[in-house]
Design a protein around this ligand. Sequence first.
Ligand SMILES: NC(=O)c1ccc[n+]([C@@H]2O[C@H](COP(=O)([O-])OP(=O)(O)OC[C@H]3O[C@@H](n4cnc5c(N)ncnc54)[C@H](OP(=O)(O)O)[C@@H]3O)[C@@H](O)[C@H]2O)c1
Length: 243
Amino acid sequence: METVLVLGATSDIGIAIAKKFASEKYNIQLAARKPELLGPLQSDIQIRYNVECSVYAFDALIFHSHSMFFETLSPKPETTICIFGTMDDEEDAFNNWSLTQRMIDTNYTGAVSILNIAARSYLKNKKGTIIGISSVAGDRGRASKMIYGSSKAAFNAYLAGLRNKCFKDNVHVMTVKPGFVYTRMTENMELPALLTSTPAYLADVVYNGFARKKNVIYIKWFWRYIMLIIKSIPEFQFKKMKL
Ligand SMILES: NC(=O)c1ccc[n+]([C@@H]2O[C@H](COP(=O)([O-])OP(=O)(O)OC[C@H]3O[C@@H](n4cnc5c(N)ncnc54)[C@H](OP(=O)(O)O)[C@@H]3O)[C@@H](O)[C@H]2O)c1
């Protein structure tokens, strides 16, 4: 039975993805910066799906700990899913460097740090899958998501490069671009129901994309076309818009 590593397992999306892969008979490794919160999810997965489930401490911002963290994993996961992320209020972040830096360092630097390590291990074995949960916010820079969106844009470019680098060695990289999802991250936002998915729906789509070795998936699917339209607006017009 293969093993899936879930980085950011306390997130609503992480919980749903861990359960979906467990339901498909994958053993699960849950990793989060507050591993003490993962006991109930671990038991639930073990009992409900009858697979192995272990818990690890992982902090995306403690870059120097990432090598040791990956070395400690036993067994080595065949699939690594990078889910952690942070989204602060953009105006607060614009006025406070520590918030800006935390968003960039979590969403981009931390993700690159741990995924470089996983990718090196997969390249050596000529087998493995990396999945990155990014965002449609990375598809075009907008005032309302300037810092968060740019951190996700950088993550998108990294995942595309990694996919290109790893393809010939049988290592697959999938980029996931959700639109809106009902989670702790968006609980104070009013979300348009038609454009918003649940973590369980997202997990199903991620699993199907993984099984079909997709490269880039949008959730929901029509976000691909919404972003195509947004990307096609000429810059001289786009800069005057409030988006
Ligand atoms: N919700 C949406 O509409 C939406 C849309 C597009 C993309 N996304 C992306 O989906 C991913 C999951 O987010 P979510 O919506 O499920 O929100 P969430 O429930 O707030 O999850 C955020 C997760 O990131 C973890 N995290 C933050 N900083 C960390 C660090 N330094 N080290 C390790 N873990 C850290 C949090 O851990 P703690 O529990 O310890 O805080 C939490 O598990 C994020 O990458 C987000 O950008 C979400």
